[in-house]
Design a protein. Structure first.
Length: 122
């Protein structure tokens, strides 16, 4: 399947409509019928202000990044990005083309036949 890898980088304590933004984003994607999504908390990192944040002290609670990611169709990615614009949410994201599939797929899995290494599947 051809689609998109869509990842958002959010502040751990960032909120929207009274909810943590990473939680709100997962809920919205679920309501839109996405097949899945995940949130991961960073151990350390820095952003555009070049200030290093590490998960060592209680005082830093809420200053680290949460990555929220989805493997989606291009149409799903556009719908979610449009929703964030409509809700006036400022968030950094990466939107990358992705080829994905399932090994040993079930009958309800969307999957392309696997090609031999170096060959493109049809």
């Amino acid at each position: 399947m051809e689609g998109s890898f869509l990842r958002f980088y959010l502040r751990e304590n960032q909120r929207h409509r009274g909810k943590l933004l990473w939680e709100w984003l997962l809920e919205q994607a679920n309501r839109m019928g996405f097949r899945g999504g995940s949130a991961f908390r960073a151990m350390a990192g820095f952003g555009h202000h070049h200030h290093l944040h590490e998960d060592h002290f209680f005082e830093l609670a809420g200053t680290l990044t949460v990555e929220v990611e989805f493997i989606v169709t291009d149409a799903e990615a556009r719908r979610l990005l449009d929703l964030l614009r409509e809700e006036k949410i400022r968030a950094f994201y990466a939107h990358i083309p992705a080829h994905c599939g399932v090994t040993l797929p079930d009958s309800d899995d969307v999957n392309e036949p696997e090609a031999a290494p170096g060959q493109k599947s049809t």
